[in-house]
Design a protein around this ligand. Structure first.
Ligand code: IPM
Ligand code: MG
Length: 353
């Protein structure tokens, strides 16, 4: 099994280093994996002139799974769009057909007070957001900024084919079957035709899954319900742009965006695994970032791509234990807890592993 490791920018290298320590420990215990690192994002722009160099394309194509830190930084925001770090990420998703993005939002009981919501609203929260990742307004053509009637206009295209909707719907229904069998599909069918089709196709697909209860919700209402009563959700399925927004919102229910892992899978469960947070340039290099989302992403990799449930749970249990033992990075710190940096959090996870 070959894992491509792309640390990326900002806090990326720091959080990836901790996940690699965990992997190394598992290797010692007999997990057969090989790691190879590559450049993606701003660091690739700096060293190779482009965000997704040829060499990295080869590496990720040949790998069985990819572990990614984060990409981006303010110094790159003024580059032409095609050279921005985020393009590297979008192009990997597209190149490898990673259309199914799983973003679990789980509240660890120890972090109930770290959420900005009342503990009773979020206690026991366990939502899985299934976000379509290779279509929608992110990739739709035509797109651009151009001159029309003496002024600039900006435009993008929201587009989904029924086959794209159907394949993500199947992933979502099957995910729901393994959980509480409740699937909520989120769209904006009262305004957007594209998402009317979304609703129609998800409804058709439901016929294959009589054991799953399907509901539909408009995205504005879903954004509201997520903070009003988040525990009503089990699995949520939605398109690329709505999923981008709702998954950031859902992450805060759990106390910190620094806790949430993600998996992006293709048809054969080849996957890219990354924390859902960004490169956090403001805290980069300060040993402050929370490495747990990245370490939990590793657990998802073992589960989804490598079918290794035992080491996956071993990692997840180690993370639960460090929280029980009161280790907290700054993003989840409350008074009375033991505040630690990135490396010390990695140490604590290793000790509990
Ligand atoms: C995410 C990120 C990316 C996205 C950015 C960095 C392109 O926000 O993975 O949610 O919008 O998909
Ligand atoms: Mg996002």
């Amino acid at each position: 099994m070959k894992i491509a490791v792309l640390a990326g920018d900002g806090i990326g290298p720091e959080i990836i280093a901790q996940a690699v320590r965990v992997l190394t420990e598992l290797q010692r215990d007999g997990l057969k994996v090989e790691l190879e690192s590559g450049l993606l994002g701003g660091c690739a722009v700096d060293k190779a002139g482009v965000p997704f160099p040829q060499e990295t394309q080869k590496l990720v194509t040949e790998a069985d799974a990819i572990l990614l830190g984060a990409v981006g930084g303010p110094q790159y925001d003024t580059l032409p769009r095609t050279q921005r770090p985020e393009q590297g990420l979008l192009r990997i998703r597209k190149l490898l057909n990673l259309f199914a993005n799983l973003r679990p939002a789980i509240l660890y009981p120890e972090l109930a007070n770290a959420s900005t919501l009342k503990p009773e609203v979020v206690a026991g929260l366990n939502i899985m957001i299934v976000r379509e990742l290779t279509g929608d307004i992110y990739f739709g053509e035509p797109r651009g900024i151009e001159q029309r009637n003496n002024q600039r206009v900006g435009f993008n295209t929201m587009i989904y084919s029924e086959s794209e909707i159907r394949r993500i719907a199947h992933v979502a229904f099957q995910t729901a079957q393994k959980r509480n069998r409740q699937l909520c599909s989120v769209d904006k069918m009262n305004v957007l035709e594209c998402t009317q089709l979304w609703r129609d196709v998800v409804t058709e697909t439901a016929q294959d899954y009589p054991d799953v209860t399907l509901s539909h919700m408009l995205v504005d209402n879903a954004a509201m319900q997520l903070v009003r009563d988040p525990k009503q959700f089990d699995v949520v399925v939605t398109g690329n742009i709505f999923g981008d927004i709702l998954s950031d919102e859902a992450s805060m229910l759990t106390g910190s965006i620094g806790m949430l892992p993600s998996a992006s899978l293709d048809e054969n469960n080849k996957g890219m695994y990354e924390p859902i947070h960004g490169s956090a340039p403001d805290i980069a290099g300060k040993n402050m970032a929370n490495p747990l989302a990245t370490i939990l992403s590793l657990a998802m990799m073992l589960r989804y791509t490598f079918n290794q449930e035992v080491p996956a749970q071993r990692i997840e249990n180690a993370v639960k234990k460090v929280l029980i033992q009161d280790y907290r990075t700054a993003d989840i710190y409350e008074s009375g807890m033991r505040q630690v940096g990135t490396v010390e959090m990695g140490d604590a996870v290793l000790k509990n592993l």
